[in-house]
Design a protein around this ligand. Structure first.
Ligand code: ARG
Length: 461
């Protein structure tokens, strides 16, 4: 039989593969709450404007409320003949309230309907992710506070560079996550315009009140161009970009956890709850969750590229290609939500091994810059020359197989007579980090000051 929604001009029903390729109910049923929310606002407006009878508007509202209760209770029962969530809700409404259900779609198309539902869904997702990211930030702050004085090697090129504190290192991720929250918030602000009332593409001649619907749905205002409103998916792309960037940050932290948990580093021991064993090697304690966070970041990035590619060739206005917008957004959302939760759990419970970190910080001549800075400050030597002198000291220490601060004063003075005994005050890793007091530097006092700012920024007590 032909389609109940649009079958008026069709003699035959669709081929089964036609039905299958067209169907989106399998994934868009996730938007049922937003679909019902949008329809209730639309119906109330139609009633208030006298476009449909007040009694019909009330019946529609009560019917939609009942359907919401049914779906909340038992999920959306899928019917293969009804292609998407919009048709499922409308068909069920007809069963519940009878012919008045047919008036709901007045002055509306699925094109503005789906654009509205999807914006509502993405908006909800942003709010949920923001809460999760704030929780992750407070875990980062807590661990950073605990380790404001813990010395570890700082790297460039993954080579020992200068000692830093673990607190400082962890707070670097706080900053990244803070920018991520800002990107989501920014996307939310631009997203928050209501497409409903744009109808299929050209607007409608019915005397609708788009401002009332926008307000009812928590949007700032109605969109200003009906063609753009039904064919714009920038909000989904911005969400995906923010998600991909956030996932990239989580992936970098995951990569560090993986590296730090390896035996040669041994900087961290993952808790039992966040480790996996091996079916063959009994000694194993693997960082699988961190590896999956690193892996998921690639998939989330793939979601962004997928939708960008879907959109780039579409003429105005709606084309069915756009139905493919949902799967990548849902997938990115699910992967990101899981990744945030996993990183929050891992960082909250990981043991940082101060001894191993300190030992590694002391290796690799990481205070060479401090010696050069001392020569500049105390002996008035130009930095370039100081750099050269310290190079000779590092070479000598390397030959002797000892750290810089184990060279004798005689050895140092043989390299440059302007060096005196006070130099030993700057050659330890502790002295090195304590000296980096510039704003945003690694000195424990700076780290504590930035932690205080961070707590204020996220409203943490
Ligand atoms: N399921 C469709 C989607 O997600 C709804 C819009 C259908 N509109 C249309 N003109 N066929 O895009």
């Amino acid at each position: 039989s032909s389609n109940a929604m649009w079958g008026g001009r069709f003699a035959e029903g669709p081929a089964s593969v036609m039905r299958e390729i067209n169907a989106s109910i399998g994934f868009d049923k996730r938007m049922w709450r937003q679909d019902i929310q949008g329809s209730r606002a639309h119906a109330a407006m139609l009633g208030a404007q006298g476009i449909i009878a007040a009694g019909d508007a009330e019946a529609i509202d009560a019917g939609l409320e009942q359907i919401a209760a049914e779906y909340a209770d038992a999920g959306v029962p899928e019917d293969a003949r009804l292609e998407d969530i919009h048709m499922h809700v409308e068909a069920r409404l007809a069963e519940v309230i009878g012919p008045a259900a047919g008036r709901l779609h007045t002055a509306r198309s699925r094109n503005d309907q789906v654009a509205t539902d999807f914006r509502l869904w993405v908006r909800d997702a942003i709010d949920e992710i923001d809460t999760a990211l704030a929780a992750f930030q407070s875990v980062l702050i807590g661990r950073a506070e605990e380790h404001a004085e813990t010395v570890m090697p700082g790297f460039t090129h993954l080579q020992s560079a200068q000692p830093v504190t673990l607190g400082h290192h962890l707070m670097a991720y706080f900053e990244m996550i803070h920018r991520d929250r800002g990107r989501f918030e920014d996307a939310r602000e631009r997203l928050n315009e209501c497409p409903l009332g744009s109808a299929a593409l050209a607007g409608t001649g019915f005397p609708i009140d788009r401002f009332a619907v926008a307000e009812e749905l928590g949007f700032e205002r109605p969109t200003d161009n009906s063609l753009d409103a039904v064919s714009d998916r920038d909000f989904a792309l911005e969400f995906l970009f923010a998600a991909a960037t956030c996932a990239m940050h989580l992936s970098r932290l995951a990569e560090e956890i993986i590296l730090w948990a390896s035996q040669p580093f041994g900087f961290v021991a993952l808790s039992d709850a966040w480790s996996t064993g091996s079916s063959i090697m009994p000694q194993k304690r693997n960082p699988d969750a961190a590896e999956l966070v690193r892996g998921h970041a690639g998939r989330i990035q793939g979601c962004l590229v997928a939708l960008m590619t879907t959109m780039k060739g579409l003429p105005l206005a709606y084309s069915k290609d756009m139905q493919d917008d949902k799967v990548p957004v849902f997938e990115a959302h699910d992967l990101l939500t899981l990744s945030i939760a996993a990183m929050t759990g891992m960082i909250g419970s990981v043991t940082f091994r101060r001894d191993r970190m300190l030992h590694a910080a002391e290796a690799g001549f990481s205070t060479a810059t401090d010696l050069a800075d001392w020569l500049v400050r105390e002996a008035g030597i130009p930095f370039r020359e100081a750099h050269h002198i310290v190079g000779s000291a590092v070479k000598l220490a390397e030959q002797d197989g000892k750290p810089l601060d184990a060279l004798s004063l005689d050895q140092l003075q043989a390299i440059d007579p302007r060096i005196d005994g006070r130099v030993f005050g700057v050659l330890s890793v502790g002295a090195s980090v304590a000296s980096r007091t510039s704003h945003g530097g690694t000195a424990p006092a700076q780290v504590r000051a930035r932690i205080a700012d961070a707590k204020a920024a996220i409203g943490m007590g």
